[in-house]
Write a protein that binds this ligand. Structure first.
Ligand SMILES: *Cc1c(COP(=O)(O)O)cnc(C)c1O
Length: 394
């Protein structure tokens, strides 16, 4: 038997060697603390769990759900968007619940790209944007994100021949892995660029609710005219600690939403209804859990940034997201520094080049480490002796 080229040609999973090493060390009984995974460690709020339990015993919820989601859920999503961002959405045509936002992020390429088309993809970025482009036999054109451009793609620098073939543009703010943010003014410039070049925008926004010190990240749909040219992916995973329940949404441009709906209806049969009911509770109930969670993340952020700075690493304190993006010390690559920390002090960080070539020279640390492990991990990091004899970078 022979598997298809699209699978054979998938780039290898970049963290295999490091994952193998972690497993070996753990098998030997070594204590390893991981800052690698961006998955909320705090529990789903009780009010949401209670709803799932209650709805699980309702017979109607044991049957196939509608692929397009319950009308009540689409309504709740539209209301939440209006309340949170002042963005008006038609729950019939501009809202589509997803089996986790990754499901829609992966499938939208099939709705927008013909073979040979270009998708504009930030580098570094969440790997699904580029991989889904490749799976649709289209080509990613990488837009470099650097500290110099505040990790915002420089759209005017995209060559004309690329613009001509580009059908999609991916963006993600607050950003994974860099922790960068974008303001509405930037989103306005994105809409202008997309309009002028007839390029559909996909803004991936799972971190708008994870922000610190009173900062409120905007929705791409707040930019004027955004709905004419793009959609936004949102998720309950990070806001409500619901990553395991698999529920998210796409909202915005009705043509794109309809295409995704038609594609999806042939692939999945919707989100389990008890979980849709729980999502309604999450979006319409008290939003106090979010403030409680972000207070925890903010405290962790400050502790991690302080430790990394003391180690001599160049690092900025992010205003939002679940990630610290730190420059590796002189003389290291992303991989060699991650390997060194694992070998020397038993701490896992994610090498930045796993998110694209422009992530080289950085490592990512996640804020989703339970407090006790976090403190242990930080004291291990503080014991790192690698910088002895080197001059500190700040
Ligand atoms: C976590 C994450 C997602 C996936 O969210 P789900 O709704 O759980 O599928 C999407 N995009 C980025 C950038 C993420 O970090």
């Amino acid at each position: 038997m022979e598997i298809a080229n699209r699978i054979k040609e998938l780039p290898p999973y970049l963290f295999v060697t490091i994952s193998k090493k972690i497993a070996e060390k753990r098998a030997k009984g070594e204590e390893i603390i991981s800052f690698g995974i961006g998955d909320p460690d705090l529990p789903t709020p009780q009010r949401i769990i209670d709803k799932i339990c209650q709805e699980s015993s309702v017979t109607a919820n044991h049957r196939y759900p509608e692929s397009e989601g319950l009308p009540e859920l689409r309504q709740a999503i539209a209301q939440w968007y209006q309340k949170r961002f002042g963005v008006m959405l038609d729950p019939e045509t501009e809202v589509l619940p997803l089996v986790g936002s990754k499901e829609g992020i992966g499938h939208i390429a099939w709705c927008m790209l013909n073979p040979g088309d270009i998708a504009l993809v930030p580098d570094p970025a969440y790997p699904v944007y580029a991989i889904s482009t490749l799976l649709a036999d289209a080509e990613p054109y990488y837009l470099k994100l650097t500290a110099d451009n505040n990790y915002l793609p420089d759209l005017p620098s995209i060559p004309d021949n690329v613009r001509a073939k580009a059908k999609m543009l991916w963006l993600n703010y607050p950003n994974n892995p860099t922790g960068a943010i974008a303001d509405i003014k930037y989103f306005d410039s994105v809409v202008q660029f997309a309009d002028a070049n007839d390029i559909a925008v996909c803004h991936d926004a799972p971190y708008t609710e994870i922000a610190f010190e009173g900062y409120r990240p905007p929705s791409f749909l707040q930019a004027s005219g955004a709905k004419n040219i793009g959609i936004e992916f949102h998720s309950l995973s990070k806001s409500y600690n619901m990553s395991g329940w698999r529920i998210g949404m796409a909202v915005g441009n009705a043509t794109m939403i309809d295409a995704l709906k038609r594609f999806k209806s042939n692939i999945d049969s919707g989100i389990p209804q008890a979980i849709q009911m729980a999502a309604i509770e999450a979006l319409t109930g008290s939003q106090e859990d979010i403030a409680r969670n972000t207070a925890v993340y903010q405290r962790r952020r400050d502790l991690i940034v302080e430790t990394l700075s003391d180690m001599g690493l160049e690092v900025e304190s992010p205003k939002a997201s679940l990630y610290i993006w730190a420059r590796v010390p002189t003389g290291y690559t992303s991989a060699s520094f991650a390997t060194e920390l694992l070998d020397q002090v038993g701490v896992v960080v994610t090498p930045g080049n796993g998110y694209g070539s422009h992530g080289e020279g950085y490592v990512r640390l996640s804020l989703t480490v339970p407090d006790a492990s976090l403190l242990k991990g930080l004291s291990k990091l503080a014991a790192w002796k690698g910088m002895v004899g080197r001059s500190k970078t700040r």
